[in-house]
Design a protein around this ligand. Sequence first.
Ligand code: ADP
Ligand code: MG
Length: 633
Amino acid sequence: MSTETLEFQAETKRMLDLVVNSIYTNKEIFLRELISNASDALDKLHFESLTNQDILEGNDDYEIFVVPDSDTKTVTISDTGIGMTRDEVISNIGTIAKSGTRAFLDKIRESSDNLNEELIGQFGVGFYSAFIVAEKVELMTRKAGETAAVKWTSEGAGEYTLEDFDKDSRGTTIVLYLKPEFCGGEEFDFTNHYTIETLIKKYSDYIRYPIKMNFETKDKDDNPVIEVKTVNSMQPLWTRNKSDISDEEYEEFFRHQFHEWEKPMEFFHTKAEGTIEYTALLCIPKHAPSNLFFADYEPGLQLYSRHVFVMDKCKDFLPDHFRFVKGLVDSPDLPLNVSREILQQSRDVKKIGRSLEKNILKQLSKLLKNERERYEEFWAQFGKSLKIGVYNNSYDDKVKDDLKDLLLFTTSKDLKLSTLAEYVERMPETQKKIYCATGKDAASIAKLPQLEILRERGIEVIYLIDPVDEFAINALVNYDGKEIQSVNREDFEIDDENAEKKKAELDELSRSYEELLMDVKAAIGESVNEVRLTSRLKSGAVCLVTGANGPSLNMEQTFAPMNNPFFKAHKILELNPNHELFKKLSGIHALDKKSDDFKDFCKLLYAQALLIEGILPDNPVDLANKIADLMAK
Ligand code: ADP
Ligand code: MG
């Protein structure tokens, strides 16, 4: 059979067109694709040779050669793999029969308008990617174990030619005649050795076969000689046995792979076999990046399929609260031809993700249990992420269950960090609820007037210091069947057998002071929603609490700069009827409830309550003047 000219199948033409005309930035992916095909061909040869040694023709070299050549303006990629027969060339290269590519075309058909370049770039566009950079492609191939070889040539424009060919070595050689802009330009010079070497290291480092290149050096007499070197490291670290890998190797790998400047805090290497097969190598960096919670931080894991790099920053494996985890997943169950959209819907990705998530949770609780100090270091860096996770999943009991025992809070016991379980463990039998209090630091919380009564009874209190602490605690609602109660909320009451009786007494007293309380409210104005008497204060005269539900004072303060009306706290000013100041207040009221003295007194009481909470009153100058007046009297 001599030369024949054939038409590309219509779909193939369209594919070619798309690939060539739609990829603007990821021009270099052609190399990854062609090397991955070469690697597949070597895999196939290896597989065949297991049952038929003859096809090796006495040569068991499995290798890939990449030769950039600036003289001929070509890049040549050859392999000693299985090769193709003439018919196979026609059906594999001229037709679109593969499911991955088909899915790709379907996807394109769906998104009729603007074709997203990233979408195409993320697909393994396969052999056709050669035409992104080449104006002409030659493919010479001989099937292992056969004598006839064939040369396929195309300019990608709709047709290709096939001719008989002589080829000594088995396998496939592909010559890319580069378009002028890809040889010699500053940005893209694929005839440049260094460029090609870098790309191989970047995309194909872990191909299991050697990818070789020629390097020009000088011998001892200064004559130029060609030296052949393997560019890729070949063995992916994660495919090796855990027991054979030293900590240093792991650490070095993470630094190099994820551009970390220091070794990771923790790492884990897991292999799963069963319904889904994957290997994962994950790490927790030593320090949280400063942009961890900002839009420019890109979470996600690297994805490999059969050791071939597929994509960076795949977000679909881990929930957002594990955004700080770095690492990679290598799974033969995931195709190389994937887009981010397809991954998002992939059940395999979900399965792998769930399994990874469980693993991380397990590792963290192990750390917490066995190496408390290291866990606290972790907590200092990434605790916020878990707390936000609890808050963001307020309606997802599963997530809350997963995370609740990993949370740490400072408590009044010794101002050390404690888990909720440890707190509960220390609770005396008579204590039914978990108490917490919010403030800007431990010292100001300790001075909250509401705490006095708890301190007197020796009840331990959880200090919510980090602004997100309160969000997390609120989302939990309960722990271990025990209500979590904030002393900064109106419904705060301590377990007391006389509670009913005391409440009745207070109600009675409140009724008798109804007018006074109304006038106090009127004097202060809109900034406070209610004014009440309280029995929860001992030596304090006033305190400010918020409604049992809804935003707290702390939340209001956190969101104040954003002017978010949703985060307005329902403020209740509580007065201690047993305090001297209250007696004085009712005295002034009785004298003249319309007087400026009464109004000023009320405003000063409210200002005190704000100051106790660490909040500056709206008009500090006004307040200072009133205090001065009072002092001068
Ligand atoms: P995919 O690799 O996803 O199958 P490609 O477009 O990359 O898609 O390749 C199409 C087909 O061409 C491959 O499935 C394979 O059968 C054949 N092929 C490509 N390159 C080679 C090669 N170097 N050696 C043998 N066969 C190859
Ligand atoms: Mg391929």
